[in-house]
Design a protein around this ligand. Structure first.
Ligand code: HAM
Length: 431
């Protein structure tokens, strides 16, 4: 049998050098989440399929890796974390102290058409706030995204920031539609259709909206509203008393107080493809436009718990994928050395098998001090050992030949530019 050496289409292998970058990224995400007082949670990648079956026609439902297990239970590899979060919160019931601030870094699977920045598997940093209906929650989540982006070395201040957060509120459109006689029931499906308008074109969008019961005129008016950006222009178009406009105005003021006003833009073109959002929706983009795909996306979903049979609980959060941000940071040379290079503290080199035992005792002592230590058992020639220790980023090389052991010492070489060597007594290392 010959096996296919490539990973399954759309999925990635993480060799140690890729894993270093991934771990570096996850560490930054965890640091920011902790700085904002969020607690980490997790769930299994295998979920009940029904959590993702939505009648509004969400694209995600068609991209499911779903199947029947051996007992004919319908299960799916999760395409996103939000439904699992809602299920967990619902299961806790009243015993969960609210508001709760939770984060996770789940791997998610979607059977996507492959394109730049989109794979069939990705990791997604999620931060969600459960039990706060104020847009202060949205502002906090956006501030956390910005804190992470700043920590990566991206510029978020001034006239030409590297990043832009495009923010809308579905209530702007919902109330506008109510004015046109379109009820709340059709609204989630309308959002799913208008989110696809770039893919299906204006005619396709109108055709699908009319299928949902909208007149061609109403469809045209919605499509026109989506082109509006900037808070004042939005208020002029739909009225200052529109609840969506009121919420966006409040949100902008809070963003200013959190120091992120330079990157937040009100833009009604942002709808998002998930039908459960009810209020604020936002997406994070590279301002240069070189990558058309969103870096991250989030929104408020105050009715998902109700959809799952519980009492409504206000919830808001975002998902931030690993694929696009890693590409952006790599392109801009912002992945730090620590993310791309291996580094061990010490290499211990016993020149022959006779010195292995002494080498092990030295390694034991160094590891107890918290150092990362490789014992090079290869018995290769010295120059190969030195080369490998350099490649591994070692700071010190412990050289142990028969003569050294007989004399009760070990030669310790400090690697790098200021190379130096000294002989230290083995007793110092408990050997
Ligand atoms: P989403 O917009 O579907 O939202 O995904 C969020 C982010 O995950 C995207 O902006 C992107 O960075 C990444 N992402 C999604 N699909 C892929 C893919 N196929 N390949 C690579 N990266 C991808 C959600 O999933 C919501 N559940 C987020 C959320 C959390 N809303 C509230 N809380």
């Amino acid at each position: 049998m010959t096996i296919d050496l490539q990973p399954v289409k759309g999925t990635r292998d993480f060799y140690p050098e890729d894993m270093r970058v991934r771990q570096w990224l996850f560490a930054r995400w965890r640091e920011v989440a902790r700085a904002f007082g969020f607690e980490e949670y997790d769930a299994c990648v295998l979920e009940h399929e029904e959590l993702y079956i939505r009648k509004a026609g969400d694209e995600i439902t068609g991209q499911l890796y779903g199947f029947a297990d051996k007992s004919q239970r319908r299960v799916a590899l999760r395409p996103e974390m939000t439904p699992s979060l809602a299920r967990m919160v619902l299961a806790k019931g009243a015993s969960l102290p609210l508001p709760a601030r939770w984060f996770a870094i789940p791997q998610c699977f979607r059977y996507e058409n492959m394109q730049r920045g989109r794979k069939r598997e990705h990791f997604q940093w999620n931060m969600d706030i459960i039990g706060l209906s104020s847009v202060a929650a949205e502002a906090e989540l956006m501030a956390a995204q910005c804190a992470f982006l700043r920590a990566c070395g991206l510029r978020l201040d001034g006239d030409k920031p590297d990043i832009v957060l495009k923010v809308s509120n579905r209530q702007v459109i919902q109330h506008f539609l109510e004015g046109l006689g379109i009820g709340a029931d059709a609204f989630p499906a309308v959002c799913v259709v208008i989110d696809k308008r770039d893919k299906i074109g204006a005619d396709g969008t109108t055709a699908e909206l009319t299928k949902l019961g909208l007149s061609a005129e109403a469809a045209a008016r919605i499509i026109a509203v989506l082109d509006i950006s900037g808070l004042d222009a939005v208020a002029d178009a739909v009225g200052k008393d529109n609840p969506g406009v009121i919420a966006l105005t409040e949100l902008m003021a809070l963003c200013a107080s959190s120091g992120i006003a330079d990157v937040v833009r009100i833009d009604l073109s942002v709808i998002r493809g998930l039908s459960y959002y009810t209020g604020t929706v936002w997406e994070v983009f590279d301002a240069s436009g070189s990558l058309p795909r969103a870096i991250a996306g989030g929104g408020r979903y105050d009715r998902l718990m109700e959809l799952f049979g519980g009492t409504p609980v206000p919830m808001v959060g975002f998902g931030f994928g690993d694929v696009v941000i890693t590409e952006i940071l790599a392109e801009r040379g912002l992945l730090p050395k620590e993310a791309s290079e291996r580094s061990v503290d010490d290499v211990v080199y016993p020149m022959s098998a006779k010195e292995f035992a002494v080498a092990n005792r030295i390694a034991l002592r160094l590891r107890a001090e918290g150092r990362s230590v490789v014992v090079d058992y290869s018995e290769r020639r010295f120059k190969h050992v030195v080369k490998r220790a350099e490649d591994d980023g070692a700071r010190r090389l412990f050289i142990l030949g028969g003569n050294e052991v007989t004399a009760g010492v070990v030669t310790v070489r400090t690697m790098g530019a200021e190379r130096s060597e000294e002989k230290l007594p083995l007793a110092q290392f408990g050997a």
